[in-house]
Design a protein around this ligand. Structure first.
Ligand SMILES: Nc1ncnc2c1ncn2[C@@H]1O[C@H](COP(=O)(O)OP(=O)(O)O)[C@@H](O)[C@H]1O
Ligand SMILES: [Mg+2]
Length: 273
């Protein structure tokens, strides 16, 4: 019993994300003669295992840069990014990334799109049974043999979620994943992401421009300043789930966040981006 607890603590630890005093300066176009632009300035953030944290901030403040760094696609200029006790040095299937554009292969069926990553990693044979399970999980089993151009935007984004989740990532990084969807599909997909989050206990970092979406979904909301991105404030959302978008508490929090953004000189969309 004790051993089991230790094991589960270790497991938890392994799915936590730590960003410590991270600065990111991109190379200048003149090949380093002048210093490049500072994208992130001393960002520190800890995300607990199984936590869902949203990141909001104006365009160009470094949200995607931060997510790509956690994905291992580029390193920080100074500071440290780690998952559990491990510093991040390269991409890993344990850290999935979902973009606004589902980036599906148009010439492959839904099933083959979900399988593509498994093929690339050479694990399709042992994972084949899970493909059906994940198509069911996102409600697309009837479309297994359809091609992407037959699907709506919401359906395409479900495939991209299934494709990321089939790797059983410890951490899922979502970069404005619902930004291209119409308002109704977007709300349905918010519930879908929450359902997957609950079912898998995946640690999630969710970039959004939509404050309502951030309040509806997250345990905490990280508000970033304009470029170079710093963390302006981290707001815990203690409302009970499922959350009621029209409740007094929800609207009160929304007002507070809008005020914070206003005082930080960042007027943003309160409802849709
Ligand atoms: N590969 C890159 N090379 C040079 N500059 C970049 C690169 N990627 C992003 N930037 C710059 O870093 C800043 C932050 O970009 P990004 O992380 O995409 O912002 P956000 O996702 O918040 O809109 C922007 O000014 C952008 O132009
Ligand atoms: Mg971005």
């Amino acid at each position: 019993m004790v051993k089991l607890n230790v094991a589960s603590t270790e497991l938890d630890e392994a799915a936590s994300v730590r960003v410590r005093h991270v600065t990111k300066r991109f190379d200048s176009p003149d090949g380093g003669i002048t210093p490049g632009a500072l994208a992130l300035d001393d960002v520190s953030l800890s995300v607990g295992a199984g936590e869902l944290v949203s990141i909001v901030g104006p365009s160009g403040c470094g949200k995607s840069t931060l997510l790509r760094m956690i994905a291992g696609l580029h390193g920080p200029t100074t500071g440290e990014v780690s998952v559990g006790a491990e510093p991040i040095t390269e991409p890993s299937a344990e850290r999935g990334l979902v973009f606004q554009d589902p980036n599906l292969f148009p010439w492959l069926t839904v099933r083959r799109n979900i399988e593509a990553g498994l093929v690339a990693r050479g694990v399709l044979r042992e994972k084949r049974a899970e493909v059906d399970e994940f198509m069911r999980l996102v409600g697309l089993e009837a479309f297994a043999n359809s091609f992407p151009h037959h699907l709506s935007g919401g359906m395409a984004q479900r495939i991209s979620l299934a494709r990321a989740l089939i790797n059983h990532p410890k951490v899922l990084l979502l970069d404005e994943p619902l930004g291209a969807l119409d308002a109704f599909t977007r709300m349905r997909m918010q519930d879908e992401v929450l359902r997957l989050w609950r079912a898998h206990g995946t640690t999630m970092l969710f970039v959004t421009h939509d404050i309502d979406e951030a309040i509806y979904m997250s345990d905490r909301i990280v508000i970033m300043t304009q470029r170079p991105g710093k963390i302006e404030q981290i707001i815990p959302v203690q409302l009970e789930r499922p959350r009621d978008r029209s409740s007094e508490d929800f609207l009160h929090l929304r007002g507070e966040i809008l005020e914070t953004l206003h005082f930080a000189g960042q007027p943003m969309a309160g409802n849709k981006s």
